[in-house]
Design a protein around this ligand. Sequence first.
Ligand code: C2E
Ligand code: CA
Ligand code: CA
Ligand code: CA
Length: 279
Amino acid sequence: AKENGRDHARFFEAHMANEITDRFRLEQEIKDAIGAQQFYLMYQPQMNTLTQSIIGFEALIRWEHPERGFVSPVEFIPLAEESNVICRIGEWVLEQSIAKLHQWRNQELKVLPVAVNISGRHFVSEGFSQHIETLLERYKVPGDLLKIEITEGVFIHDMNQCIEIMEGLKALNVEISVDDFGTGYSSLHYLKKLPLDILKIDKSFVCEIGDHAEGDKICEAVIQLAQNLDLQVIAEGVETAEQASVLNALGCYLHQGYFYARPLPESEVIALLHHELPI
Ligand code: C2E
Ligand code: CA
Ligand code: CA
Ligand code: CA
């Protein structure tokens, strides 16, 4: 599978030479892929280590291309973000996630929130929060079952516009996480100004825990910052028992990572919701 991934990376690189046709082709392919149902979602559990229970899932997109096989989001999302086609992807992921929440509720499962990744361009696009409101109403899903993950890059856009969109989501009870926290525009200024709910410590910091003291220090600083600002904090990319116990000792009890579970197909999510199995 790794070998495959590298082939795909080369495919896109080879076409970089002809950037305009490449972008056009990718755009068209993504639009076709939505229609042809080549995209699907995997769901990675997020854990509360105090209660040892799952608190929700992050939806992660997958693309099964008929000729190229599996194409990683690390390849196609950055390209898609260069044009409005990222909004088409985001709309698909939102509708798919909300439709799944609707189905799970109808199966009388204990339904947990799903967090969706939204790119900056889409987040600040016209009518974003209204569109979410429409979807939640259409599928009769309460807003607190949906969470939105954005990266710090969103905050290069007009601050007042960001606040307005966030207030719109807040009114729907949709919580907002800052993804990859610490890797982007590290202005503490916006953190105080914006109505955020959750900081996600980037996995590049989590993976340094135990390697050297600085690794722990950055996580500690983010956790304290979150506590001071009254935000929840989730550590992503937790892979080892040592990382988990250091994070717990630092007061961070919300974890996501391979140590607990990989991103799972829907069937496994349903099994978990059915039995409420400890993972
Ligand atoms: P992200 O939002 O930071 O998502 C976390 C990534 O880390 C996921 O990779 C997940 O599978 C991976 N991961 C989870 N636990 C571990 C761990 O313990 N160790 C390591 N090394 N990795 C772990 P994935 O699914 O390949 O997605 C990569 C990125 O692609 C995401 O990073 C996100 O930026 C983007 N992406 C994925 N799905 C979507 C989507 O639906 N919409 C948008 N706009 N972006 C998406
Ligand atoms: Ca994310
Ligand atoms: Ca991340
Ligand atoms: Ca990311």
